[in-house]
Design a protein around this ligand. Structure first.
Ligand code: ADP
Ligand code: G6P
Length: 483
């Protein structure tokens, strides 16, 4: 059996250098947090970008950098500042990300971004080719590396290649606007198996393949020359046990063992047992609908004034892609909205919104999940949304209400939550009202079903299903070719 190579732009950790010291910071985002669990339980090699640029990597530091990455089973692809600009901030996050999340007006079609994307994808492919041997399995992740499968296949046809897209694949009408649409599809079609979070994304992809490339698609098989490529949906799970175990520890901590955050949250609960915490956690990204959520909160406070001084909205926004102008504008908009709403509603004893703009250690994330009565996660568009699953996993006493956007991939598997259209403030305000008043027995009934499902289809099962499907697809394709 050959080895497994995982390849993605983000590694499980990002490196930072300060005064000659290297620090490894856990990466945020569903791809890194999910794959980290899969990676740590196996013996795969993970290739990706370290977060540093070639200009940062002075020769004396390079062995230490490699060592720091090797401690996480990882190895680096070196990118120059200019490449990071054109590939990461450019084509990945100013072209594909907005387009695939239906923010067509934000999507920039610049030839130099595209050229850098191609060049950098070739660098990632070369990093694989330097390690891969016949019989190995290569698992390529996400929109930053859509050309890599074809680039690897061209040189090494006897490896198995799987590709998984962690973001939505948009409808044909959106995708067709991209000037380099055929090249992206052909890049991905270098894979033996192509995976999406949901059946809808899969259908959109197949439709684009059929209409743009004119390839024959039968059910979920694509015929390309003498090759058969399989397309399927694999909704990504979480490391359920990690979250539920951490929550159990959290609930059992004596007061002097609690984090400052836990103590403060508990103190607030003690002062007013009727008070409710709403929790909103996302990377600071326009696709997550944070600004809309703030507007909906204001709407809710006006529609249901009886909850003034009773509810608190905790917003945790993780800094993300801050070199991209749309993210900078959004940061400003959120800062202003929080200031305005707090200014309008605060009293001497009550601040309606607590806003944190930072990444938090895992323990504090658990403090927030376990202390919040209601998780309010309403992206405008989201490939999956693992935060919703993590919140449910930490509710070990089965209380708590999840309000989730219909536009999140996870909504398909979380029907027992309160599903809302984030653009509908009336419906959202009513859902908050319903969540506050939901009888504990109903909360427990809903969460029991959700928990069983999430515990069963966890991230390990997700990865195993993908790998098993890839193996059988490779065998099926080999049999097809030899016929
Ligand atoms: P995305 O991948 O678009 O960022 P997801 O909800 O799928 O959205 O995944 C986000 C991941 O990042 C989750 O696993 C979550 O635990 C982690 N995360 C979110 N916010 C923070 C934070 N403030 N600090 C640390 N990790 C976070
Ligand atoms: C989403 C994407 C990932 C990405 C993550 C964090 O989950 O699907 O590919 O890693 O966001 O974004 P970043 O740009 O920091 O890697």
């Amino acid at each position: 059996m050959g080895k497994t190579i995982i390849i993605s732009n983000r590694l499980p950790v990002q490196l930072q250098i300060s005064n000659g010291t290297i620090t490894a910071i856990p990466s945020v985002g569903g791809l890194a947090t999910g794959m980290k669990s899969v990676h740590s339980s196996g013996d795969s090699l993970w290739i990706g970008w370290s977060g540093l640029t070639e200009e940062d990597i002075v020769p004396e530091l390079e062995p230490k950098i490699d060592e720091a990455l090797a401690a996480h089973g990882s190895s680096k692809v070196k990118l120059t500042e200019k490449e990071v600009d054109g590939f990461y901030y450019g084509f990945s996050n100013r072209t594909i990300w907005p387009l695939f999340h239906y923010f067509l007006e934000y999507s920039e079609f610049q030839l130099d971004y595209w050229n850098t994307y191609k060049k950098v994808n070739q660098k990632f492919a070369d990093a694989i080719l330097a390690k891969a041997e016949d019989g190995d399995t290569i698992w390529v992740h996400d929109y930053q590396l859509m050309l890599v499968p074809q680039m690897v296949r061209k040189e090494r046809p006897n490896v198995s290649i799987g590709f998984f897209l962690h973001i939505p694949f948009p409808s044909f009408e959106i995708f067709r606007t991209l000037p380099w649409r055929e090249e992206l599809l052909e890049g991905v079609l270098g894979s033996d198996l192509i995976g999406f979070h949901t059946y809808d994304y899969e259908r959109h992809f197949l439709s684009s393949v059929r209409r743009l490339l004119g390839l024959e698609v039968s059910f979920n098989d694509i015929s390309m020359g003498d090759r058969l490529i399989k397309v399927d949906s694999f909704p990504m799970g979480i490391d359920y046990k990690k979250f539920s175990d951490a929550a159990k520890i959290h609930y059992n901590r004596a007061e002097d063992e609690q984090s400052e955050l836990q103590q403060r949250l508990n103190a607030h609960k003690k002062t007013d047992p009727e008070a409710k915490f709403f929790l909103s956690i996302d990377r600071l990204d326009y696709s997550k609908g944070i600004a809309k959520r703030l507007n909906a909160f204001e709407y809710f406070l006006n529609k249901y004034p009886q909850y003034k001084e009773k509810v608190r909205l905790i917003i945790l926004a993780v800094p993300s892609r801050s070199n991209v102008p749309q993210y900078q504008l959004l940061k400003r908009e959120i800062d202003e909205l929080v200031g305005r709403i707090n200014g309008e509603f605060s009293t001497v004893s009550w601040t309606p919104i607590w806003y944190f703009y930072r990444s938090m250690p895992f323990e504090n994330l658990i403090d927030l999940y376990t202390s919040s009565d209601i998780a309010w996660l309403t992206p405008l568009r989201d490939g999956m949304n693992l935060v919703a699953k993590e919140y449910i996993a930490t509710r070990t006493d089965k209380t708590g209400v999840l309000i989730l956007s219909e536009m999140a991939g996870s909504a398909n598997e979380m029907n027992e939550s309160l599903l809302v259209n984030p653009n509908n403030f009336e419906q959202t305000a009513d859902a908050l009202h319903e969540a506050i008043n939901m009888p504990v027995e109903e909360q427990k009934a809903r969460n029991s079903i959700l928990q069983k499902r999430l515990a069963r289809y966890n991230v390990e099962k997700w990865a195993n299903d993908f790998m098993t499907s890839l193996k059988s697809q490779k065998e099926r394709d080999a049999a097809n070719v030899s016929r």
